[in-house]
Write a protein that binds this ligand. Sequence first.
Ligand code: SAM
Length: 196
Amino acid sequence: MPRTAARLAALLAAAALAGAAFAQTRAGVPLADEATAARPLRMPDVIFVPTPQEVVDAMLRMANVTRDDVLFDLGSGDGRIVITAAQRYGTRGTGIDIDPERVQEAIDNAKAAGVKKLVRFRNEDLFAADLRDATVVTLYLLPELNRKLAPKLLAELRPGARIVSHQFDMGSWKPDREATVAGRKIYLWVVPPRQP
Ligand SMILES: C[S@@+](CC[C@H](N)C(=O)[O-])C[C@H]1O[C@@H](n2cnc3c(N)ncnc32)[C@H](O)[C@@H]1O
């Protein structure tokens, strides 16, 4: 992994651990609003860090997204990738995020962007999500999460489906294309035909 990508991965992972420590402290000290506070299904595997808009645009171009696609963003954060695809190309999309606050934020952003009818956001663990409808999957996770996800993507996505990842590759599954945009790496894989 290049040094900047390794630094970013370490930062994201350290921040996720810090989040877990914070959650434990909070669990031991009851807060007034705890009963009503939205809680993740479990601790996120990686914290929310948004993909810069320029990189989102390049990812959608690299995947050649059209109005005929169904795009899934796994770990969708504030919804920007799904919302941009809907606004720009009329693409139907689903965002999946384990953090209910991110899901609500994405729903609010989709309403504000006028694309509510094209998109939905689900509070779900991406590793448990049914991906079979997706023709395009977008990722901004961590190297080890991409590697863990690869067998699921190969099993559930149709041949010809495209996967685009911001910053991190998929280990031994080599990308079909890669590029650098605004200092960030982006990678594209096309799901191969199934072996008989
Ligand atoms: C680095 S952010 C990327 C957000 C968005 N895809 C983007 O590129 O702007 C990763 C997101 O994944 C979510 N996440 C982490 N672990 C997850 C899991 N197991 N299932 C679903 N979402 C998860 C986090 O809550 C966070 O919003």
